[in-house]
Design a protein around this ligand. Structure first.
Ligand SMILES: [Zn+2]
Length: 87
């Protein structure tokens, strides 16, 4: 793959870039305030890059919302368990 003038990692398709975007969040747990948030088409190399600026990717937003919900659920589960143990 050709390297880009921006020095960013390039993806041939939007889908691949989007998948990498989600994967990055799965791996590093950036949360909502840091890390890449969107995919954009690059005019220099014709590929897609990730960016930490702009409007958050819809799939990522959904992933983060779901991920947070899951963690809250788990926390609740544990709290209930501890309560029962204490009795
Ligand atoms: Zn580029």
């Amino acid at each position: 793959m050709k390297s880009c003038i921006t020095g960013k990692k390039a993806f041939i398709t939007y889908e691949l870039a989007e998948e990498a975007l989600l994967e990055a969040h799965r791996r590093y747990q950036y949360g909502r305030t840091s890390g890449p948030v969107a995919v954009y088409h690059c005019e220099d190399c014709g590929n897609y890059h990730l960016t930490s600026q702009g409007v958050m990717n819809e799939k990522l937003a959904r992933y983060l919302a779901e991920g947070k919900g899951k963690r809250d659920q788990e926390a609740y589960h544990w709290t209930e368990k501890m309560k029962k143990k204490g009795r």
